[in-house]
Design a protein. Structure first.
Lengths: 302, 167
C-alpha cells in the first residue's frame, strides 16, 4: 500500500490526478474502520490532514447571499464551537455525530465524499441549499448539494476530484435538526430530518437522511409550507400554526421518503418517524420564530 | 515505512510500519505502550482514546502515517515520575475501576475534560464520556471520580491541558 502525504492543496490535487484510485483519508472515521476490518484494501491512501487550507473557514458572499465557506477538513467539533450561531442546523446535526473523539476527527468533506445515505451532515446542508466546491488539476467547479449525491455512497465527483469546501448560506431564521437512534451518542441514524426557515426570501428548506438511497429534500413539503405561511401572512405576523398545516407538512415529508428495511429499522417505522420529526421540528422552529418576532418586534437577523 | 512521532514528550521511531495500520497498533505492538486498549477497532468504545496534538481521538481510527511528526499523549504519559494525574488518583479513590479495560480511555477523556472545563456539570461529564463504554461499573463511580478530579483540579488551579507533553 502507498501512503501519499501531500503538504499542500496543489500537491493533493496532483496526487489525486496521478492516482485516481487513491482513497482520500481525513478523520479516518469511515476509511479506517474499513481497513481495520479488512473490508477494503486500497492500493493508495491519500492523507489530507496536513493541508492547513482545508481546515479553515471564512465568511463570503455568493450571489448577494451571506455564506460561510467551510474547508472540507474542518472537524465537527469546530463546526459546533465556531459556527453554531451562523449555521445552527449544521451545528445541531454535528452535535449528534458519534462521540467527542469522533467529532474531533470527522470532517464535513469526509461526510460528503463517503455519501452514506445516513450521513448526519447532509440534511442541514440540503435545508440550506448548500453548494459543494470540487477541485481537480483541471480546475474548480461548484455544484448544488441536490446534485451531489447520485446513489448509495455515490457522488457526482470525477475520479480526479477532491472536495475543497462547502458553501452554506448563513441562517436568516430558525433551523432545527432531529435524529432517531437508540441512544444519544454513537448512533448511526435510523432517520434524520432538518428544517430551515428563510424569512428573508419567504422560503422553507428541508433535508431527509437515512430515508432513501441518497439524502434528499422534501420539495413538495417545502413548497406547501412556504405557500401556506405566505397566504396567511404568517411571515410578517406569525401566529400559532393550525394543526392542518403541521399535519400536512408531516404527511408530505413522509411522502418524500423511500426508505428500506434494515438492521436499524423498518421502512414503515422510518416513514412514521419522519412524519413525527417533521411536525416536531416545524413546531420548534415556529415557536422560535414567533418568539423572536415578538421579542424584537421584527424578524430575527442572524 | 518508517514513522517518527513524539509520544508522551519523547521522540520515537517505528520501522517497517504497514501503511494501513492504525496508530493504536503502532503504540501497542511497535512502541511497547500497551496502555491504550484495543477492543472495537471502529471508534465505538473509546478504550483506545489518546491525545493527538492535544485533542482526544480514537487511536484505532488514525492511520499510522497520519501520526508522522505529530504529538501523541497516551495514558502512560498522564502521570509524572512522582505522582498520578488527578484523574488517576480520583479513579482509585472513588473505586471507579473494575475490570480496568475501559479505564485508560476513560482517563484520557476525563483528563481532557477536567483540564478544559473547570467545573463540569453532570451533563457535561456524561457528554464528554459518551464515547467511552464501560460494561462493569454502571458509570456511577466513574462520574464520582470525574467530579472529584475536577474539584481537586479547581483546588490546585491547574487548568492548562497537559495532554501529550507532561514532562
Amino acid at each position: 500500500m502507498d501512503f501519499l502525504r501531500p503538504a499542500c492543496w496543489s500537491e493533493a490535487l496532483e496526487a489525486k490526478a496521478n492516482h485516481p484510485d487513491a482513497t482520500p483519508v481525513a478523520g479516518g472515521t469511515d476509511v479506517m474502520v474499513e481497513l481495520n476490518f479488512d473490508h477494503r484494501r486500497p492500493e493508495t491512501l491519500l492523507d489530507l490532514t496536513r493541508i492547513e487550507q482545508l481546515r479553515e473557514w471564512s465568511r463570503t458572499e455568493r450571489d448577494g447571499v451571506a455564506s460561510v465557506r467551510i474547508g472540507a477538513g474542518v472537524p465537527y467539533s469546530r463546526l459546533i464551537d465556531e459556527l453554531g450561531t451562523s449555521l445552527p442546523g449544521l451545528a445541531m446535526a454535528s452535535r449528534t455525530v458519534g462521540s467527542p473523539q469522533i467529532r474531533n476527527r470527522g470532517t464535513l468533506g469526509g461526510n460528503l465524499a463517503s455519501a452514506s445515505p445516513a450521513g448526519d451532515g447532509h440534511p442541514p446542508l440540503l435545508a440550506s441549499n448548500a453548494e459543494i466546491e470540487l477541485e481537480s488539476v483541471r480546475g474548480s467547479r461548484t455544484i448544488p448539494i441536490g446534485e451531489f449525491f447520485t446513489g448509495v455512497k455515490r457522488t457526482a465527483m470525477a475520479p480526479d476530484e477532491l472536495v475543497a469546501a462547502v458553501h452554506v448560506p448563513v441562517s436568516t431564521g430558525p433551523q432545527q435538526f432531529s435524529k432517531i437512534g437508540t441512544r444519544n451518542a454513537m448512533v448511526i441514524a435510523v432517520c434524520t430530518f432538518a428544517i430551515a426557515l428563510w424569512p428573508d426570501r419567504r422560503g422553507v428548506g428541508t433535508g431527509l437522511g437515512s430515508a432513501a438511497p441518497t439524502p434528499r429534500p422534501a420539495t413538495e413539503a417545502e413548497a406547501f409550507l412556504a405557500a401556506a405561511l405566505t397566504d396567511a401572512d404568517q411571515w410578517d405576523d406569525p401566529r400559532p400554526l393550525p394543526d392542518s398545516i403541521t399535519e400536512r407538512f408531516g404527511e408530505l415529508v413522509a411522502h418524500a421518503a423511500a426508505p428500506i428495511d434494515d438492521v436499524r429499522g423498518t421502512a414503515g417505522y422510518r416513514t412514521h418517524a419522519l412524519r413525527v420529526l417533521a411536525r416536531r421540528t416545524l413546531s420548534w422552529a415556529w415557536d422560535e420564530y414567533r418568539g423572536d418576532t415578538e421579542f424584537s418586534g421584527r424578524q430575527r437577523c442572524a | 515505512m518508517r514513522l517518527k512521532l513524539n509520544v508522551n514528550g519523547r521522540d520515537m521511531t517505528a520501522d517497517d510500519v504497514w501503511e494501513g495500520e492504525s496508530l493504536l497498533y503502532v503504540l501497542r505492538e511497535r512502541l511497547g505502550l500497551p496502555g491504550s486498549k484495543n477492543a472495537c477497532e471502529q471508534g465505538e468504545c473509546g478504550s483506545c482514546t489518546v491525545y493527538l496534538d492535544r485533542v482526544p481521538v480514537c487511536a484505532c481510527l488514525v492511520a499510522a502515517g497520519q501520526a508522522q511528526d505529530r504529538e501523541v499523549g497516551t495514558v502512560e504519559g498522564l502521570a509524572d515520575e512522582e505522582e498520578l494525574a488527578p484523574v488517576q488518583r480520583a479513579f482509585i479513590d472513588e473505586g471507579a475501576v473494575q475490570c480496568g479495560f475501559c479505564t485508560p480511555g476513560l482517563l484520557v477523556a476525563a483528563d481532557d475534560l477536567v483540564n478544559r472545563v473547570p467545573d463540569p456539570s453532570d451533563a457535561e461529564i456524561r457528554e464528554a464520556l459518551a464515547g467511552n463504554l464501560c460494561r462493569c461499573t454502571g458509570y456511577e463511580k466513574i462520574m464520582a471520580a470525574v467530579r472529584t478530579a475536577a474539584e481537586r483540579n479547581a483546588g490546585t488551579g491547574i487548568s492548562e491541558s497537559t495532554g501529550g507533553d507532561r514532562e
